[in-house]
Ligand binder design. Structure first.
Ligand code: PGA
Length: 236
């Protein structure tokens, strides 16, 4: 059996102008075409459409994801972006990131609604799990998540591991692996789980070599294209 290929997600958060994103894409896209795994770029929402057009022009394998999505369907929700609006622009969307929970008071119920809308619109949810207790409500209340676990990319990402001002503070890879295994156990099947939090070129191999970790969600270390290219090389 072939080994599953790694998935790398570049989460730009609220960083970069369009010119900077465009330059990053030009540098990183050619490498993605040689890479057997999947690379997903998540820029800020205003730049998704331009990034989509650029990737089509470049005929690139680099995929696009949104950093969040509205919990509502298309309608009178000022400032929101609905899953149906993004359907033709991106194939993935991050939901449940701990920064959304911390700064925007999102809870498990919001995350369940978002996952439901993404699945209806055939966008793959990249569902961050910052605490395994969240999975209890996904199992009990969120039939959507439990029943569709094989269509979701999970990310085990403890908030304590997220980098701060270039200070990397990763989880122990062994502990990350055990938690990723626990996610599969809870969903009663082998789900795809990434690890997130302070991934950098020095530590990525230690995470990707673990049996239950299918790839990485990268914040700080994706911003510089050269550093991100190193991450792709080390994942190959
Ligand atoms: P980090 O961020 O790689 O800077 O720790 C990861 C994330 O929050 O998605």
């Amino acid at each position: 059996m072939n080994e599953p290929q790694p998935i790398l997600v570049a989460n730009f958060k609220a960083h970069k102008s369009w010119d900077e994103i465009s330059a990053w894409i030009e540098q990183v896209a050619p490498k993605c075409n040689e890479f057997a795994g999947t690379v997903i770029l998540c820029p800020s929402a205003p730049f998704l459409a331009a990034a989509h057009a650029k990737l089509q022009t470049l005929n690139s394998k680099l995929q696009l994801g949104a950093q969040d999505i509205s919990k509502f369907e298309e309608g009178p929700y000022t400032g929101e972006i609905s899953a149906s609006q993004l359907k033709r622009i991106c194939q993935y969307a991050i939901v449940g990131h701990s920064e959304r929970r911390k700064y925007f008071a999102e809870g498990d119920g919001d995350v369940i609604q978002k996952v439901d809308l993404l699945l209806k619109n055939e966008i793959t949810p990249i569902l961050c799990v910052s605490d395994l207790k969240q999975l209890d409500s996904y199992v009990k209340e969120g039939k959507t998540i439990y029943d569709n676990a094989e269509k979701i990319i999970f990310v085990y990402e403890p908030p304590s591991a997220i980098s701060k001002d270039r200070d990397y503070r990763p989880e122990d890879p062994q502990v990350a692996d055990q938690n990723a295994a626990e996610i599969s156990r809870i969903f009663n099947q082998n789900v795809v789980t990434l690890y997130g939090g302070s991934i950098n070129p020095e530590n990525i191999k230690a995470f990707l070599s673990k049996e239950n970790i299918a790839g990485g969600l990268v914040g700080q270390a994706c911003l510089d294209a050269d550093t991100f290219l190193q991450l792709i090389s080390k994942s190959a």
